[in-house]
Design a binder for this molecule. Structure first.
Ligand code: PEP
Length: 254
């Protein structure tokens, strides 16, 4: 069965109460009834409820940008899976490159978060990707393989299909420098091979692997046409309803 494209917007630490709601309203108007592509947006924690209310009657799902692995207690500043579900999230990003490289999250911490999210019924988007120096040193495949293996440690074959992998080369995130379709396809195919080794071929074929890193309306079509690219995780362009909708329309073949 062909994999259904999945396009998600990561709003990062952007918007305010009014602009988050306005962006969600514009998205609902433009792409809220799209069925052929799965869609999600990941606003900042504090606007999840408000954005969730706007999205409620649409086909756009709500996701969070992070989660903590404990249920509750003395973890100042953290947010639990139950809280995310309470406000209507179905997805959560785990291990975004800014959390790995700005905040300092390790593969072990990301794995704990992913396991907790999965166990509590959220769908994790596991981000992986190499630094520029790692690509230059020809370590891309090794780095990404390790991140996929460690990120999925302890995830059973029965659960892994609820995980989306997002390949996001760090040098392409927020830089305007996008991976070529050939570069993206090479790494996506390798990730699928790793999934086949960790699980089996059927599971690997069913799993969705998004590309992320400076996806814009002008480059989305060629990236989404790659055989192993099953969608996109979009940062900057997801803050503009027109641009995000145009990326979605490229996914619809338009
Ligand atoms: C991201 O935040 O995951 C991302 C890919 O950002 P951008 O599209 O801005 O590069």
């Amino acid at each position: 069965m062909p994999r259904k494209l999945f396009i998600a917007g990561n709003w990062k630490m952007n918007t305010n109460a009014a602009s988050a709601r306005a962006l969600a309203e514009a998205l609902v108007e433009k792409i809220g009834s799209v069925e052929a592509v799965d869609l999600a947006v990941c606003p900042p924690f504090v606007y999840l409820s408000a954005v969730g209310e706007v999205l409620a009657a649409s086909r756009i799902a709500l996701g969070a940008q992070d989660v903590y692995y404990e249920d509750d207690g003395a973890f100042t500043g953290e947010v639990s899976t139950a809280m995310l579900k309470d406000v209507g999230c179905s997805y959560v990003i785990c291990g975004h490159s800014e959390r790995r490289h700005v905040i300092g999250e390790t593969d072990e911490l990301i794995n704990r978060k992913l396991l907790k999210a999965l166990g509590d019924g959220l769908r994790p988007i596991l981000c992986v990707g190499e630094l520029l120096e790692e690509r230059r040193a020809e370590e891309t495949l090794e780095v990404v393989r390790r991140q996929v293996q460690l990120g999925l440690e302890g995830v059973s074959g029965g659960d892994v299909d609820k995980v989306t992998i997002a390949y996001e080369p760090v040098w392409a995130i927020g830089t305007g420098v996008v991976a070529t379709p050939e570069q993206a396809q090479e790494v996506h195919a390798m990730i699928r091979e790793v999934l086949a080794q960790l699980y089996d071929q059927a599971i690997a074929e069913a799993m969705r692997i998004q590309y992320g890193g400076s996806v814009k309306p002008k480059n989305a079509e060629a990236l989404l046409a790659c055989p192993d690219v099953d969608g996109a995780l979009v940062g900057g362009a997801s803050l503009k309803a027109d641009q995000f909708a145009e990326i979605v329309s490229k996914g619809l073949g338009g």
